[in-house]
Structures are given as structure tokens and as C-alpha cells.
Design a protein around this ligand. Structure first.
Ligand code: F0G
Length: 459
């Protein structure tokens, strides 16, 4: 923690009061929500760790920028500010704004994927994979095996296993691979970073086969901090320099600005290839909006532009952000709580299979834990396990994923370490009482994306 400031590198100018509730109140609220934390009303939540997406606190500069929104239909000055920020910070020539990350994934998939193609990636993010499949492609996981093992401690669990990629190329041929989609700080693996050396190795291999690399740039600033902390040769480089170097290995990026860029809404697709840009621009107009707003208001683009600069303006911002997550992780590790190791960039992922080892996977241990944590403390997390995995289309059975996790994602600049202490205390208390939890029974099961709407009963 070389660069971490002693306390928050900001002071609080505006506050949002949160409702304090009793255990009885939360029990009733959880029951009404069918034991699914997605169905809770946010006003009933004390500390909301459902996601780190779009939940950041914006700075005074970003809010001031919102007043400078140029809401012209075409050529808004805020678009040019956003374009310049992407060019300067990430180093891509052409920028297409989108309403959020999945808008960029949609356009990319439609532009580049043909029926029967394969798209390798270091694990998948659900929206990314769905867009690849809708365009006729098949996702292939080429992440290192360690990423699938919750308690294997490896500094760069987001790395690509280059031999898996070579094997795929040998099997299907490079022509069937339109691009490789690589994420920084891999969300589904627990916010685990990729190393610069691995990215450089991937670039070399891709050059050999003339393959393009598209980066899921959503958490690149967070990834840069881990490179600075863990990879030899980067200690004296700034986060800004490391971010730029990460991007230099990619041909294009998709981005959800709702994470690293500290905004509530926004995204983009950026690239260096003019032909790809022209094609993507046309699709943007059809699906998102004119190519100088892409589904965003002028004020939103201004907040994005300012957020991008802020995220790399100094190293203290990101050091504090990551170290807050590490702080919560360390407290849980010290108490013997089973979590994904090492602690990732944007949240804590509790291993529900181990935490509730007496609850079988058909009784949804991660969902059970999410519901119980809310009742215990008013803290809301998100299931990432059997409910999210869905059913096997062929057999109709639940898919039982290796990782059955409760994610506690930390919003940026929103909570203090006192809140983190409340979270840690609640998880530890629940661990002592874990044998009382018996699991859940699903009483309503939607066909698609069941984790958003499914309802349960307590067993
Ligand atoms: N890529 C990654 C790695 C993500 O984590 C997300 C969103 C997206 C793409 C899609 O971006 O939401 O702006 O359309 N992740 C959120 C989460 C939803 O809770 O982890 P989006």
C-alpha cells in the first residue's frame, strides 16, 4: 500500500440520509421481496453493496459540469470534451458514446461477429456473452485455471492462458476468431487483475495470427493499481502511464463508464481503425442515438469527460478506493471468513459453498446468504451462483457453478471505513450463526435472467 493516503482523499459536501431499520422491519421487507435482494426497495437498504456500477459519488467538478450540458442534437461541445478525454487518457483515435457498456458491446458484436465465429475471453460478463451469442458467436473461456479456484492465491488471476488460445486457434482457425475480448480486473473472477506481461504476451501471439484484441476497459484504472503494486518495473510509473500502456496493447475498447469513470450513466466504444469506426458509427445511430450523443444527454457526457480525467489525475484516488476494498477483505480474512483470494478491486466475494457448507447447491447457498445478511444488518449484496447460472438448455437441470458467491461490491467514494466495519461485523456475526440457515426454495422462476426476478421461500 505504497501510495494509499491515510484517510479519504476527499471531503463530504453533500449527504444523503439513509433510513435506519429494525430487524423485524427487514425480516418483513425480505419476505415481501421473495428473499431476492434485487427485489428490495433501495430505501429499505442501509449499506447498498449490490453493485459498484453507476453508484459512484460524483465530484463537485462533475456536478458543475452537469450545468454546462450542451443539449444540441448534433455536435454538442460535451461530446468533444468526452472524445478528447478518451483520446488523451486511453489513447484511442475514434470514440463512439453509448448509453452504457452493453450498448458498446452490442455495436461491437454486430460489427465484427459472423455466424459460427468464436470469441475467446478471460471469463465472460453476462451482457458481453449474450451479445456475442445473439450475433451468432460462441464464447470460449481462456482465463488461467487459477481464476476458477476461490482460495488459490495468485497475483494476476485475470491472466489469459496463452496455450488455451493457441489450442483454440489450432482447432477452429484464426479466421473464425474476429477478436479476443479481454477484461481488466475480471469481474466474474472476483475483480482479479491481468498483468502487463500477460497482455504483452497476448499481443505478440495475436500479432502472429493477425488477431485483434478488444479490451473491456470497464475497470482498467483499478487494474493499473494492482500492476503498480504487484508487477516488477511499474512502481515508479503513474497510474495514468500504466493505464495508457494497458490500452496500447488493444485495438479497441468497450467501456462501461459507470465504474472507473465515476458516473451514474454512460459508456463508449473506441478504436483506431477507421473502417471499423465508420461501420460502428452507423450502428450507433440505429441503436443508441446520433454518433455525437449515443443515448446520453450532453450533461452526462460532460460528467464522463471529467470523471475520466479525475480517475487518473493522481494516484491517491485509486489507491484509496482499492485499499478500502482491501481493508474490508482483511477484516474478513482475519476472522476466518471464506472469501475469494486475493481480494479483488471492486468488492469482496464470499465463498457461500464454504460459508454454508451444510446447505446443498440446490438450496441456493449464495442467495440464502444474501437474504440473511440483509436481515442481519441492512447490508445488500448480490448472488453470483446457481440462481445466476440458470438451467442447462439441454438437460433442464440447474447449472451448478464452481463459484457460488455472494458479491459485496463497493461503490466508489460513497461509504467510509466505518460503513466497512458495519459490514465486516455483520458478516462475522452471521458466520457464528450460520448453522441456523437452512437454504431457500424457489417458488417463482422466470425463464431468462432469473436472478433478477426469482422469488423464494425460507426453508
Ligand atoms: N463489462 C463488465 C466487466 C461489467 O462489469 C459490466 C457491468 C459491463 C461490461 C456492462 O456494462 O452495465 O454499463 O452495460 N457490470 C455491472 C455489475 C452491471 O454490477 O458488475 P453496463
Amino acid at each position: 500500500m505504497m501510495n494509499a493516503p491515510q484517510a479519504e482523499p476527499f471531503k463530504i459536501k453533500v449527504v444523503e440520509p439513509i433510513k435506519m431499520t429494525t430487524r423485524e422491519y427487514r425480516m418483513a421487507a425480505m419476505k415481501e421481496a421473495g428473499y431476492n435482494t434485487y427485489l428490495l426497495k433501495s430505501e429499505d437498504v442501509y449499506i447498498d453493496l449490490l453493485t459498484d456500477s453507476g453508484t459512484s459519488a460524483m465530484s463537485d467538478s462533475q456536478w458543475a459540469g452537469m450545468m454546462l450540458g450542451d443539449e444540441a442534437y448534433a455536435g454538442s461541445r460535451n461530446f468533444f470534451n468526452m472524445e478528447k478525454a478518451v483520446q488523451e487518457v486511453y489513447g484511442f483515435k475514434y470514440v463512439i458514446p453509448t448509453h452504457q457498456g452493453r450498448g458498446a458491446e452490442h455495436i461491437l458484436s454486430k460489427c465484427a461477429i459472423r455466424q459460427g465465429d468464436y470469441i475467446p475471453g478471460n471469463m465472460y460478463f453476462p451482457s458481453t456473452r449474450v451479445h456475442q451469442e445473439l450475433a451468432g458467436g460462441t464464447f470460449v473461456d481462456i482465463i488461467v485455471d487459477e481464476a476458477h479456484e476461490p482460495d488459490v492465491n495468485h497475483p494476476f488471476k485475470g491472466n489469459v492462458d496463452l496455450s488455451k488460445l493457441e489450442k483454440l486457434i489450432a482447432e477452429v482457425g484464426a479466421k473464425r476468431i474476429p477478436y479476443i475480448h479481454i477484461a481488466t480486473c475480471v469481474n466474474m473472477a472476483g475483480g482479479q487483475p491481468i498483468s502487463m506481461a500477460n497482455l504483452a504476451g497476448l499481443r505478440e501471439l495475436c500479432n502472429k495470427y493477425k488477431l485483434r484484441i478488444v479490451l473491456d476497459n470497464t475497470r482498467t484504472v483499478e487494474n493499473a493499481y494492482f500492476i503498480k503494486e504487484r508487477e516488477p518495473g511499474f512502481q515508479n510509473k503513474s497510474i495514468k502511464e500504466i493505464v495508457r500502456e494497458i490500452c496500447s496493447h488493444a485495438d479497441a475498447v468497450t467501456m462501461s463508464c459507470k465504474k472507473d469513470s465515476l458516473v451514474n450513466i454512460g459508456g463508449f466504444l473506441a478504436m483506431n481503425d477507421e473502417h471499423f469506426y465508420r461501420k460502428a458509427q452507423s450502428l450507433c445511430i440505429i441503436y443508441e442515438g446520433l454518433h455525437t450523443y449515443g443515448g446520453l444527454a450532453g450533461r452526462d457526457m460532460e460528467a464522463v469527460a471529467r470523471g475520466i480525467y479525475e480517475s487518473v489525475a493522481d494516484d491517491f484516488h485509486i489507491a484509496w478506493r482499492i485499499e478500502q476494498v482491501q481493508y474490508l477483505g482483511e477484516r474478513l480474512i482475519r476472522a476466518g471468513i471464506p472469501i475469494v483470494l486475493p481480494v479483488g478491486g471492486h468488492g469482496i466475494f464470499i465463498d457461500a459453498k464454504k460459508f454454508l457448507s451444510h446447505v446443498s447447491q440446490d438450496k441456493f447457498p449464495a442467495e440464502t446468504l444474501a437474504a440473511a445478511l440483509y436481515v442481519e444488518s441492512g447490508v445488500r449484496g448480490m448472488e453470483s451462483g446457481t440462481v445466476s447460472a440458470g438451467r442447462d438448455k439441454k438437460t433442464g437441470e440447474h447449472k451448478y457453478p464452481k463459484l457460488e458467491l455472494l458479491r459485496l461490491a463497493i461503490p466508489r467514494r460513497v461509504y467510509t471505513n466505518s460503513h466497512m466495519n458495519v459490514v465486516a461485523d455483520a458478516v462475522i456475526k452471521l458466520y457464528d450463526k450460520r448453522k441456523a440457515l437452512k437454504g431457500l426454495k424457489m417458488t417463482f422462476e422466470p425463464e431468462e435472467m432469473r436472478f433478477f426476478h426469482a422469488r423464494f421461500e425460507n426453508l
